[in-house]
Design a protein around this ligand. Structure first.
Ligand SMILES: [Zn+2]
Length: 228
């Protein structure tokens, strides 16, 4: 079988059905018969280079995924707006009862760069959306280092916002849910996990846990981002 070009979508669909699916058929059918019970809500940037299944080694049924530009989380306001990310968080926490939420940003994030540099005038929704990162921006000239730090600060900011969701806060405080902040460095193939106790991102190869920590202790630092 020749490898299809990335644009040959029909060939790829046929290959999935004829090649991948038969080898995993039972798994898919069990997931239909028993329903899905993912333990993780993965909130990631839409960037094509971030591949949640590859990074976590997860298979079908393991990750409930919501992705958007920047891996941002809107503040919880209980409104009836058409907000996909908010709805996904509510569904994952209240109905699926996930045990952990991962917020995953990454290096060379176009959303973070655009938050500094702006977007085309016509991109009105994007312009508003990027305001969700504004508190993470640094009052410095953009540089590779500043962008990297901002990407990490943005991840922590989103964790903080998650704690504003009543159903999240309740479960975190009851010890039923943990929050994890990750920063994926594409060129190194390494995830750096936010350690709330140290207030910094630690390379997963050196970390002692997947980024969980005494989150309340962190929050009591009055929202200070400590990874400077
Ligand atoms: Zn991104």
């Amino acid at each position: 079988m020749t490898t299809p070009s990335p644009d040959d979508l029909l060939t790829r669909l046929r290959n999935f059905h004829s090649d991948y699916f038969p080898r995993h058929q039972q798994r898919f059918q069990d997931l239909v018969a028993q329903g899905q019970h993912p333990k993780t809500l993965f909130i990631g940037c839409s960037d094509s280079r971030l591949v949640p299944y590859l990074l976590t080694g997860a298979g079908p049924g393991e990750l409930f995924i919501v992705r958007n530009v920047g891996a941002f989380i809107p503040p919880y306001d209980g409104s009836h707006g058409w907000h996909g990310t908010m709805a996904a968080i509510e569904f994952a926490v209240l109905s699926l009862e996930v045990e952990r939420i991962v917020v995953c940003g990454h290096s060379h994030c176009g959303a973070i760069r655009a938050a500094y540099e702006g977007v085309p005038e016509e991109a009105r929704a994007l312009k508003i959306w990027l305001k969700l990162a504004s508190e993470a921006l640094l009052p410095v000239r953009t540089s590779a280092e500043a962008l990297r730090r901002t990407e990490q600060r943005a991840v922590v900011l989103q964790l903080e916002r998650l704690m504003g969701y009543p159903m999240v806060q309740r479960r975190v405080e009851a010890g039923k849910l943990t929050l994890h902040g990750w920063h994926y460095v594409i060129e190194d193939g390494e995830i750096h996990v936010f350690d709330a106790k140290q207030g910094d991102f630690i390379a997963a190869s050196l970390a002692s846990n997947p980024g969980t920590g005494p989150y309340r202790e962190y929050v009591e630092h009055d929202g200070q981002i400590l990874c400077d």
